[in-house]
Design a protein around this ligand. Structure first.
Ligand SMILES: *Cc1c(COP(=O)(O)O)cnc(C)c1O
Length: 412
């Protein structure tokens, strides 16, 4: 561990709660001192002590084209020279909206609103669903994370599972009382929940590819069942594609699983590394959103031109060739075969022990504790994984087969 990281962390802990601005960065579940990064280029990171790492964390998902892609950097520079923010509409947000909506192969994605994080996207989508349906309850799944939205910090996955907090303090019971939690991969429980709460449900929200608490790949029939029940009971079907959007192909999991969501939330990749979130859906639903309708939602820096420029430049790079390259790398990764098992969908992967889980409760704790040793061994070998066994890894387009082979060799 580098001396400079250790010193910076000591200073950070005095000034910033826990020394970090997002809890899972603190290395709480793997132990040791967080590495302070100084530079990224392509698939590689350099820390403040000059150590280099092959980066499988990808800033938790946004960096599908790696660090400092020249197109994204140039787009940001060009906008920075014009203005940072206006607080007025801009051409760039119209361009990004049309780039996305014209290309999304997901029925009903007619309008989109930009915000500044995935959390904000989910929070706003829920409020819109409640306002539009005039209902109160939300259904979510155990192990799915949807940002730190009050009503959804119930059985919410890795960051929480990691720090052993089942629910967050500071959330009144009345708020979480309107959240119905169901296990993933369990049609029977789902039917029961809809029978009991169906007429009060404003929406059901799911990560179609749950990737915040291990990678809990769902059977397509389960996702279809959820969609069917939502339609039957008049609840909006919300897909949280903050991780899967633009990663499993441009049209995300909605297209991959042939789903017809009422609303989709985006984040991470959509901003190309700058803070952007969004929610998209039918025009008829958005008619309820301010300034058109009674559901209020706003943001001083929403649609920020620098962030829009970065997002647009990033999304323009997402060609079929790029996804094919990531899939090729994935197929090399599939050869991993030793003490660890690998589950992968596109460029998202997860290392685990025991049986392949489809529910949070089925995750083998042996894998989570063994991950500490793996994490530090790989860190010492110049490979940076997320600092928690519950977190997934990401392939990025600057990676080469030799990078993936080195990773396989290091995992052992
Ligand atoms: C990361 C994530 C969020 C939260 O996004 P932030 O930008 O961290 O607020 C929400 N939902 C899912 C599925 C995510 O992976």
């Amino acid at each position: 561990m580098g001396q400079k990281s250790i010193e910076l962390f000591e200073k950070a802990k005095r000034l910033i709660p826990g020394g970090v601005n997002s809890p899972v960065r603190a290395f709480g579940s793997v132990g040791g001192t967080p590495v302070f990064m100084a530079q990224g280029r392509g698939a590689y990171l350099t820390d403040v002590d000059g150590n280099r790492y092959l980066d499988f964390n990808s800033s938790w998902g946004p960096l599908i084209t790696g660090h400092c892609h020249p197109d994204i950097t140039a787009a940001i520079h060009a906008q920075v020279d014009r203005a940072l923010t206006f607080g007025t509409p801009t051409e760039l947000e119209v361009e990004l909206a049309s780039w996305i909506l014209e290309r999304l192969e997901v029925p009903g994605m007619e309008q989109i609103r930009f915000v500044s994080s995935g959390t904000e996207a989910v929070m706003s989508a829920l409020r819109l669903a409640r306002g539009y349906t005039a209902r109160t309850h939300i259904l979510k799944f155990a192990g799915c994370y949807h940002g730190h939205v009050d009503a959804l910090l119930v059985k919410a996955g890795s960051g929480l599972a990691t720090s052993g907090i089942p629910d967050s303090a500071g959330i009144p019971e009345g708020v979480s009382a309107m959240t119905v939690v169901v296990e993933l991969d369990d049609e029977e429980a789902l039917e029961k929940a809809f029978q009991e709460y169906g007429d009060r449900l404003a929406a059901a929200i799911i990560e179609p590819v749950p990737a915040n608490n291990g990678l809990l790949l769902q059977r397509p029939e389960f996702l279809q069942k959820l969609q069917k029940l939502c339609k039957e009971y008049g609840a909006l079907f919300i897909l949280d594609e903050v991780i899967s959007g633009f990663r499993l192909g441009f049209s995300g999991a909605a297209h991959a699983y042939n789903l017809q969501p009422d609303l989709v939330t985006y984040g991470k990749i959509i901003g190309g590394g700058l803070p952007v979130g969004a929610f998209a859906g039918r025009r008829e639903i958005f008619a309820s959103l301010a300034p058109l309708g009674p559901v209020y939602q706003a943001g001083t820096l929403s649609g920020n031109p620098v962030a829009m420029a970065a997002g647009l430049a990033c999304l323009k790079l997402l060609t079929k060739e790029l996804y094919d390259h990531l899939e090729d790398l994935g197929q090399v990764l599939d050869r991993l075969d030793g003490n660890w098992k690998l589950v992968r969908l596109g460029s998202i992967f997860w290392l685990y022990r025991g049986e392949l889980p489809r529910r949070a409760s089925q995750i083998d704790p042996a894998g989570i504790s063994a991950y500490k040793e793996l994490f530090h061994r790989l860190l010492a070998a110049g490979i940076y994984l997320a600092p928690s066994g519950y977190e997934v890894g990401f392939l990025s387009s600057p990676m080469q087969k030799s990078d993936v082979e080195r990773f396989i060799g290091a995992v052992g």
